[in-house]
Write a protein that binds this ligand. Structure first.
Ligand code: AHR
Length: 324
């Protein structure tokens, strides 16, 4: 399988989050051949999470990591406990994708107190409480507000009906991608009065819950003709629910989503889904690069921003072989 390296924007958080992270304010990281590295995954219930964990494992040897990887199985409390255990095992560096914005703040603070440089990967924590450049080194990840906004923009440009009745399937409540993908989409779609969001409910980023929620919402809103899902797994679940109800996704219901999984690209090729905005899980190489720069004393931007592509019927077939 072809793997792509995440594209990093040269635009960093300076404009959005304030100053750049100064290495001297944060725990130092020695330059050495091998590092004990912690990667505290939140769950492994979808292809995105599995691909992200694999990316860390695949990077480990080449980057000199003795990797301790855990799986919190969907529990923020277990993810905090997993970080506690990594601190006790003496990790040099922590890579943490916080399941939710607030419950994972204690893990960030404890790693900081233990003198362990921490990089948040793919999701962030509440920046009003835990700050990059102070409590953790940096956030490596996508602009989730922009992803939601791009999904809405595609819809505005490609929906050819008079009235778009939208059901929104939200990600995990309290997580940064759910908060930001909702904000980006809601703000952008409000500019076009053809559209109305009639329901917005969590499907926890999970396929089966997405299917169940869609089944319920279809009964309350049988006239729905647009589904915006915060990730591809819920979009696929929604497609299943729609088909079971005799609807024709791609014909009488437009599906827009985020991630770029193999199943989503196939659904686009099959004409069932309109668009998926990329959110790449392949963080291992980027984590290695940023960690090495940090150890060398380079200034790390507070937000190492990943650039995302967009997949539609025009390019899905070109990218399905690199998908996960
Ligand atoms: O944080 C990124 C999101 O989390 C992905 O969109 C989703 O699939 C995953 O579970």
């Amino acid at each position: 399988m072809k793997r792509r390296t995440l594209l990093i924007s040269t635009v960093v958080a300076g404009a959005l989050l304030g100053t750049t992270a100064m290495a001297q304010d944060l725990p130092p990281l020695e330059q050495k051949d091998r590092y004990k590295v912690g990667f505290a995954q939140m769950e492994s219930n979808n292809p995105w999470r599995i691909a992200e964990t694999k990316s860390f494992h695949d990077t480990a040897e080449a980057c000199g990591w003795d990797l301790i990887a855990t799986d919190a199985a969907g529990s923020a409390a277990k993810q905090v406990a997993d970080v506690d255990s990594m601190i006790a095992q003496g990790i040099d560096v922590l890579f943490l994708p916080p399941r939710e914005e607030k419950p994972l703040i204690p893990a960030v603070m404890k790693a900081r107190a233990a003198g362990i440089p921490t990089f948040l990967v793919d999701r962030s924590v509440d920046p009003a409480v835990a700050k990059p450049g102070e409590h953790f080194v940096a956030f490596l990840g996508s602009d989730f507000i922009d992803q939601g906004s791009r999904a809405a923009q595609w819809l505005i440009e490609n929906f050819d009906g008079d009235k778009g009745i939208i059901v929104q399937l939200e990600g995990t409540t309290g997580s940064s991608p759910a908060n930001d993908r909702k904000k980006g989409f809601d703000d952008a779609i409000a500019a076009d009065d053809r559209f109305e969001i009639v329901a917005s409910q969590t499907g926890d980023f999970a396929r089966d819950l997405g299917r169940q929620v869609m089944e319920t919402l279809l009964q309350a809103h049988p006239d729905v003709n647009v589904v915006y899902a915060h990730n591809d797994e819920m979009a696929i679940g929604a497609i299943q629910a729609l088909e079971l109800a005799g609807r024709k996704p791609g014909e009488d219901v437009t599906i827009v989503s985020i991630d770029g999984t193999r199943d989503a690209l196939q659904a686009i090729i099959d004409g069932k889904m309109g668009v998926t905005v990329e959110s790449s899980p392949f963080f291992g190489p980027l984590a290695c690069e940023v960690m090495k720069k940090y150890a060398a004393g380079e200034t790390i931007p507070e937000w190492v921003k990943v650039e995302d592509r967009i997949f539609t019927k025009d390019n899905a077939a070109d990218h399905i072989d690199e998908a996960y």
